[in-house]
Design a protein around this ligand. Sequence first.
Ligand SMILES: [Zn+2]
Length: 322
Amino acid sequence: MKESLIKNTSAYISLIKDIKNDRLNHAYLLLSSDRLTREKFLLLATMAIMCPSRGCGYCAVCKKIKNNNHVDVKYIAANAKIKVKDANELVEDTQIKSIEGGRKVYIIENAEEMSAAVQNKLLKTYEEPPQNVVIILSAANDSTLLPTIKSRAKKLFILPFSSHDIIEELTESGLSKEKAEVIASYAQGSFEKAQAMAQREDYQQYFMSVMEILLTLKNSKQIIDYIYNPVFEKGNIALTLDFMEIILSDVLSIKTHADIPLKIKNRDYDLQRLADRFSPAAAAMALLSVNEARKMLNFNVNAVSVAEKILFDILEASYKWQ
Ligand SMILES: [Zn+2]
């Protein structure tokens, strides 16, 4: 992913402005659903905060950050296992002076997975921030973050990139233009999704398998067979939900006669056949259930249960909201 893409985002520009004006916040909340975008942003942001020339990329400070061995930059991968004890340690660590004499940066990835108790512990540091400490919370979304955490951190949003950006990146990495265009239409501005698809030879058949399941799902007895389809395996189900979301949002566009181009190219016939089975409300409900299924996955519910739920919900929506 090109640096310039990140450096042109309003989030990055706003951070640089804070650094230039010597008004760096002690807490930032980076929000982007794209993991690759977040990773790239965090690297560039940390360099900008620590480097004497605001992220030159070449000096000793930048090099250490790139190699992930700067003593004053700490990455904490938050997950369900992060305990209050760990948060306490972080708070205590912020009180210790920086080793190299400059700022200290703490990055908490997947911050949305922190429990409320852990977040409450961090609040202490938010309220009485030691000088020169910058904490960056990085999250796909802020729905599980406490209002107090959200209100005290300066938000940095990164919106999905354009198809054009994704296509350019994919073709530069050696993909044919044709393939890149198809993947970009599925990826919806996410480099993470685009990369995941570019790494699969079978993404076209995969997409069609998901489409086929939606087209043929007509009664609850089928669900028991479908949940053992490879598209619902642990390593695949997240991509399957992404595909379902794109398909169902196109179905919704068809049903509401929305004046926007369909996201999926060259599949009008299948989309129309599927749209025949949904009312606008049913399509909207089915879309919501994809989001619910994604939440279940984030809470580590097993793939088979998530598959069962999503298929049942979509079926129910198509009947209940006729
Ligand atoms: Zn530098």
